[in-house]
Design a protein around this ligand. Sequence first.
Ligand code: AMP
Length: 420
Amino acid sequence: MPAFQTTPGTRDILPPDASRWRAFVDVFASVVERAGYEQIVLPMFEDLGVFQRLGDTTDVVTKEMYDFVDKGGRHVALRPEQTAGVCRAFVQHHPNVPWKVWYSGPNFRYEKAQQGRYRQFDQVGIEVLGVDDPLLDVEVISLAHSFYRELGLCDVELRVNSLGDTGDRARYVDALAAYLRSRETELSRESQATLARNPLRVLDSKRAEDREVVAQAPSISGFFSHGAASHFAAVQEGLALLGIDFVVDDRLVRGLDYYRSTTFEFVSTALDAAQTAIGGGGRYDGLVEDLGGDPTPGIGFAIGVDRTLLACDAESTFAAPDGTADVFVVDTTGGRTALLLAAQLRGAGLRTERAYGAKSMKSQMKTANRSRAAVAVIIGEDELARGVATVRPMDGGEQTHCPLDAVVATVLDIVSKGKS
Ligand code: AMP
């Protein structure tokens, strides 16, 4: 066993998975940039207070934060998510609204590590600040939906709910708490503890003992104000207009305390695991104010990269991009010609590999074959003496000898014919 290994909940993303990872972010960027979202890059750690605004009954804040006092005596924390950072940046920089941003990158939560649940995990996401329009909620949800489609995922279920406005939510939480207390002895021990801290989260319980009590709990829809009800109705109409299937799940409360009004979650029905939520989000009107800004409506979502890629595996879609080289340079004359030719071929945009060290022709050709490159460019003593290179299509096509200054054009020609 090596002396050091990754610590629990962290992983190395090795080739070719790392290129698949990057391609994933590229697809996401293209989907949301088409809708006018611009990239933001936030610090990975911030003042602890920024994240504490996410709510003192949120597990992410109370139990899972990687926080520490730095050498300057500041109490900071690794970000557990990026919405709070976006809102902090909004208050700090006063951008014009609507502020439409997207992000990608790692977050950190001290969770129980398991398949699909890590302590360092990546998300891509968007946030929009400054607009309270139900049709924006539809746009935001539809962008996540389009992204999943673009990855080739089909078995994704969209669940939507509304938590009402702040007053509705508070009245509902009171009623729910009263109901749950009246049946407290029937709840699991864990849910009894959750009830004391955050009654809403009891609705998240997947435990068999809690099922009946949760099923009979009052529904939030009975507590909607007129405004909240019509907002939610408009969201559902908009989704229907776009032909996006969804189910209304009145038990969907989501992990973070700051959510209001529209909430949603995407679940992979192809994943046969405990962790099937591949993304989710909602409105968080109020968070900017909590961070010291003017009252500003906000909405966004975050998609788990790790878990969505597991869903892609389950649906056999979005494979790692093909990293095969276009051309392989073999040089048995000392390597200087290979150095020069490889630089020229790469400069022309060709994916170029070569062998290193003074290996024999046989050994270098073996590596060239293994690389599955479309073309081999070979320089032996004979070629060197004549100032040419042998250009050999690896599919068995006819090889040619061409002057060194014509190699790039010849290879480009063969590669582009092979691709067309
Ligand atoms: P949240 O920020 O909790 O709303 O989570 C949004 C999405 O991020 C989830 O649907 C998951 O796909 C993903 N996610 C959250 N926590 C983790 C984790 N610990 N490990 C892997 N993915 C996660």
